[in-house]
Design a protein around this ligand. Structure first.
Ligand code: SF4
Ligand code: SF4
Length: 247
């Protein structure tokens, strides 16, 4: 899920711009999904695209300030997740399309997903409480890859997220899964999510949840996205001798 940075330009309130400058930058990330959404809109209606971006930046500012009220850690992740769940639920209710996503459907758990530090802390706590074992070799194969590397540099059988139960197709950390997974809803047939068959599924894009995700990343990820891949985050946080590792 590659991201680019947008220049907030004049849409950012001056006080917020000053604050961001102090903390090292004014860049606003936009996911590949959001970029595609804006590009489509720009082609059809540039004025609407401009309004969309302005709203995105406003919401980004609002969510950044809201998340910032809590220290980095599991509580902030829970706030992020509860906000995201409400937005995703509303978007799926308002959409004329019915999402195809169902329990056990997991082609999407074979693409590169990331998590910010607060989410990683929450997930590692959950793994310990529920004694969920992890394959270290799987994590090592996926570590240090971005989304392009995830698809091209490792065989399909090594691409499943280390948190996936491959037999049932269910997420083993579902209640605490990252926002990247929470917001990923597809309205085309599930088989279109299998990148061995098709290279693009139709994603339901929620501007607000995209702005929220971008705010969490801007707040916590002043580094390259490869370092925030799920496998990289797990390797970084769980010591080599921890009994959670199976191999
Ligand atoms: S995104 Fe695609 S693969 Fe994932 S649950 Fe939804 S339909 Fe299934
Ligand atoms: S965290 Fe769960 S939902 Fe997200 S990619 Fe991994 S297995 Fe799938």
């Amino acid at each position: 899920m590659t991201s680019r940075t947008l220049d907030g330009g004049n849409s950012l309130p001056e006080s917020f711009r000053r604050k961001l400058k102090k903390s090292g930058g004014v860049s606003i990330p936009a996911s590949a999904t959001m970029q595609g959404y804006v590009a489509d809109m720009e082609a059809k209606n540039p004025h609407m695209a401009n309004l969309l971006l302005q709203r995105y930046v406003q919401e980004f500012t609002l969510f950044y300030e809201k998340l910032e009220t809590l220290k980095k850690g599991p509580r902030r992740a829970r706030l992020l997740h509860s906000l995201a769940d409400k937005m995703v639920e509303r978007a799926s209710k308002e959409s004329p399309y019915v999402p195809s996503c169902k329990k056990g459907c997991s082609f999407c758990c074979r693409i590169h997903a990331t998590m910010v530090d607060s989410e990683a802390e929450l997930i590692v706590d959950y793994l310990h409480v529920h004694d969920i074992k992890l394959s270290r070799s799987r994590c090592e194969k996926q570590s240090g890859l971005d989304d392009a590397g995830h698809v091209t540099k490792i065989p399909y059988e090594d691409r499943a997220c280390p948190l996936l139960d491959e037999a049932s197709g269910e997420c083993r950390v579902y209640p605490v899964r990252p926002v990247q997974c929470r917001k990923y809803l597809v309205v085309s047939p599930a088989k279109d999510c299998d990148i061995r068959v098709k290279d693009k599924a139709a994603i339901l894009v929620g501007r607000d949840v995209e702005a929220l995700t971008a705010a969490s990343m801007a707040l916590e990820t002043p580094r390259k996205l490869v370092d925030d891949g799920i496998a990289s985050q797990l390797l970084k946080r769980i010591p080599k001798n921890d009994p959670l590792w199976t191999e």
